[in-house]
Design a protein around this ligand. Structure first.
Ligand SMILES: Nc1ncnc2c1ncn2[C@@H]1O[C@H](COP(=O)(O)OP(=O)(O)O)[C@@H](O)[C@H]1O
Ligand SMILES: [Mg+2]
Length: 422
């Protein structure tokens, strides 16, 4: 099989790395990729959301299967465009991808399917939203409907804070059309976890549960980021909980989407709160998480290319999907200043030394090779260092041993990834 992976971050490097282990795969392209994907794939200079050129490329190169990493191209309809050309692609088409693209749509699906989730109301009118708020107890959660780069959710402690979120989303329109609607949602309490699943339209096969760390600083302090690390499995979400999430959240969502006409095919990611009343759904994403993928794929013992291929052919039930009974941990190495302003172009040392360590994988996120052949930083999140082990403690020790081999100017990372597992 010739495979095209769309995207250029740590998630896509992990996808290329895992696909490269498949007997079925003889060529991998990655668009646009990074210095890490170049080690296992051929990078292609096409942006991840340049759908027209991705279609042309896949067609000309006779790519057998395309796999999409980020949500943006999915929300733009990359799957619809590939399928219209008769090209095989793994991911949800535009409409079902709205499970991630619109929080209002997603909550309506949850309600219709009887999925356990916080009580909520949707508003297009600020006056009505404010009237509703006045009758609520706090804390309460205010969510901008559309894409907001992970910044569209406010857990408001009082009326003033909720009101200010409504003003910024709907009146100042800080996220543009994403603030045309807001969801006001009951605040849930508990431990958070993520369960991602392979879906072929009908069959739903969950992966090991993951917990990620979104805050920039140790102790879950500081500003929100794209994700500073993750680990799996999650002690609070053993197999029985993963099965419950599959039965009560993932499967009903897939069935409800099928009822709207277009089946859901791709990765379905459920963000859940493990409450006293059981797992409740916070949100859906329509693709692999980053950095969640960097811990889940190293635990997958089955052939990833065969899984994707079977899912595209709607025969997921025919392939094995197995995970090792081991632990995995990933730590993101970020540029100094991230998620605020940071400098790029910093040379990175120690990449080979870290990769040679036992059970350690160095996934690149924001890197490129410069004209002198040196690997330099290009983004906020630069690398994602993953290790596996028989136990969580072993994975963590190996991971941070890898982290210590690597250096670049103003490198920043968290020293406590996975502390909730202890
Ligand atoms: N109903 C809720 N109760 C408590 N916390 C919530 C609720 N909804 C969201 N959150 C918190 O806000 C974070 C972001 O919300 P989420 O719905 O996952 O949106 P996004 O990932 O698109 O920003 C969650 O990870 C969770 O910590
Ligand atoms: Mg989320």
């Amino acid at each position: 099989m010739k495979i095209l992976v769309v995207g250029g971050g740590g998630r896509e490097h992990a996808l290329c790395w895992k696909l490269a282990q498949s007997q079925e795969v003889h060529k991998i392209y990655c668009a646009p990729g990074n210095a890490g994907t170049a080690l296992v794939a051929e990078n292609v200079r096409i942006a991840a959301d340049d759908i027209d050129n991705l279609v042309l490329f896949a067609d000309h190169q006779n790519v057998d299967l395309t796999v999409v990493g980020p949500e943006r191209p999915l929300l733009l309809g990359i799957v619809d465009a590939f399928e219209a050309r008769g090209l095989r692609i793994f991911g949800p088409s535009r409409e079902p991808a709205m499970l991630e693209g619109s929080k209002a749509f997603s909550k309506e699906i949850m309600r219709r399917a009887g999925i356990p989730t916080g009580d909520f109301a949707v508003f297009e009118d600020t006056g009505k939203a404010r009237d509703y708020l006045k009758a609520q107890t706090f804390p309460i959660v205010v969510k901008a409907d559309g894409e907001a780069g992970g910044k569209g959710v406010v857990v408001a402690q009082d009326f003033a804070e909720a009101d200010s979120a409504i003003r910024r989303f709907m009146e100042e329109r800080i996220f543009g059309a994403s603030g045309d609607k807001v969801v006001i949602e009951q605040c849930l309490f508990g431990e958070e976890a993520s369960v991602m699943a392979f879906v072929d339209g009908e069959t739903v096969i969950p992966m090991t549960a993951v917990q990620d760390h979104k805050r920039a600083l140790d102790g879950d302090l500081g500003p929100n980021t794209g994700g500073m690390g993750a680990y799996a499995p999650v002690p609070a979400a053993p197999l029985a909980v993963v099965e419950e999430v599959t039965r009560r959240i993932l499967r009903p969502a897939v069935e409800a989407v099928r009822g709207t006409g277009i089946p859901y095919r791709g990765i379905l990611y459920a963000g859940v709160m493990l409450t006293d009343a059981g797992p409740m759904c916070l949100e859906f994403n329509c693709r692999f998480g980053d950095p969640e993928t960097q811990v889940v794929l190293p635990l997958l013992t089955s052939d990833l290319a065969s899984i994707f291929s079977a899912a595209v052919d709607a025969e997921l039930e025919t392939v094995p999907v197995k995970f090792a009974h081991r632990s995995a941990l990933t730590v993101v190495l970020a540029s100094g200043g991230y998620p605020g302003d940071y400098e790029v172009g910093k040379p990175i040392t120690g990449l080979d030394a870290a990769s040679k360590l036992d059970a350690v994988a160095v996934f690149h996120a924001g890197t490129r090779k410069n004209d002198e052949g040196q690997v330099v930083t290009t983004g906020g999140r630069v690398l994602s260092i993953t290790a596996t082990g028989e136990t969580f403690a072993e994975a963590r020790e190996r991971c941070y041993a890898g982290v210590r081999r690597i250096q670049f100017e103003e490198m920043q990372y968290r020293t406590d990834i996975g502390y909730r597992a202890l």
